[in-house]
Ligand binder design. Structure first.
Ligand code: PMP
Length: 354
């Protein structure tokens, strides 16, 4: 390819998702999926999809789906926006709401996709350092900015910032849009701040069915905000792709949303396995961040966690490690089933006793 041609190509360093290894005997604890299948109502609905429905474009309004989501989180149907996974919703939010010469703010240790979207859309950004214990520095988000995005619980630490701190940030930034990415909020004690969209017109809350609803494979995410912000998001979406929710996703997400009992049972199981995982890790000498999510973030001072990561991989156990400042000796471990966590603990123990 000649240089003049190459000059016209975008130069971007993309987000790198965790591995999706396939095969027998793999223990996959690296991308924060649920170890449980989706609700039985989802399986039933999948069986009943009429293939001839698929010849038509999907419904791009999805009123019933928005109504069920709204009922579950205390917001109105016109305060809901839907997308192809929360990654897409977040990307559209960046485009729609971050249009200032001032930098947007996000924590220095956080979801690594934020800087990628900022680079892609040429949005200036600044990382606000977390405190030494990896909790959020609320005051650091009260400086001049072009917008704010914070995951709560944060990723990859799993630490939840109490509602009072988040509300202080929203209140202190009346002229900026504040996006709270609640991908893991269903595993927290205090829960979602979705209802605050009635109180603050600068708040956008983003959630997903990939974690607590056991449906990463259908790609379904959504945002809650006041109707004016939702209208702007719809405008950006319709300038890009009108049909982001396909017919199968719409049908299955609706059934999952209606099955509160199964959802709560899975969340409780994951919380209980998480307690077992944390106990095991502490017994093995790890320091574990307080986790309000479906994963834990842990390190062991006298141990090379990169070598441990590679050892686990050689045993077909996949966890996640980030080659980034301050956290390169940490492992992020998704909560699997009790059996998977038992196998992980045994493998870590073997590595430490080598
Ligand atoms: N936000 C955070 C903090 C995440 O960890 C993830 C999962 N990688 C997402 C958003 C995106 O999830 P999804 O696109 O599957 O909804």
């Amino acid at each position: 390819m000649n240089d003049k041609l190459r000059e016209k190509l975008i130069d971007i360093e993309p987000y790198v998702p965790g591995d999706q290894p396939k095969g027998e005997g793999i223990i996959k604890l690296n991308t924060n999926e649920s170890p449980y299948p989706p609700s039985p109502r989802v399986a039933e609905a999948l069986k009943n999809i009429n293939p001839s429905e698929l010849k038509l474009y999907p419904d791009f309004v999805c009123t019933e789906l928005k109504t069920v989501l709204g009922e579950n989180y205390g917001v109105n149907t016109n305060e809901v926006f839907l997308g192809n996974g929360s990654d897409e919703v977040l990307a559209l939010c960046f485009k729609a709401f971050f249009n200032s010469d001032e930098p947007i703010l996000f924590p220095d240790i956080t979801y690594s996709f934020y800087s990628v979207w900022a680079e892609l859309f040429k949005i200036p950004y600044k990382r606000v350092p977390l405190k030494d214990d990896f909790t959020l520095d609320v005051e650091g988000f009260l400086n001049k900015n072009g917008g704010i995005v914070i995951p709560n619980p944060n990723a990859p630490t799993g630490i939840y910032e109490p509602k009072s701190g988040i509300e202080k940030i929203i209140r202190g930034n009346k002229d900026s849009i504040v996006i709270i990415d609640e991908a893991y909020v269903d595993f927290s004690e205090e829960g979602s701040i979705a209802e605050l969209v009635h109180k603050y017109d600068n708040l956008v809350v983003v959630q997903t069915y990939s974690k607590s609803r056991n449906l990463a494979g259908i790609r379904f995410g959504y945002a809650f905000a006041n109707p004016e912000l939702i209208g702007v998001l719809e405008g950006v979406k319709n300038s890009f792709n009108s049909y982001t929710i396909n017919t199968v996703t719409k049908t299955l997400a609706l059934e999952s949303g209606k099955d509160r009992g199964y959802f709560e049972m899975c969340v409780e199981n994951i919380k209980s396995t998480k307690a077992y995982l944390i106990t095991n890790l502490k017994e093995l000498g790890f320091t574990v961040c307080p986790s309000s999510s479906n994963f834990v973030f842990a390190t062991k001072a006298d141990t090379d966690c990169k070598a441990l990561f590679e050892y686990l991989r050689s045993k077909n156990i996949y966890v996640r490690r980030f080659d980034a400042p301050k956290i390169s000796n940490y492992l992020r471990i998704t909560v699997g089933t009790d059996r998977e966590i038992y196998a992980l603990t045994e493998a870590i123990s073997d590595f430490l006793n080598k």
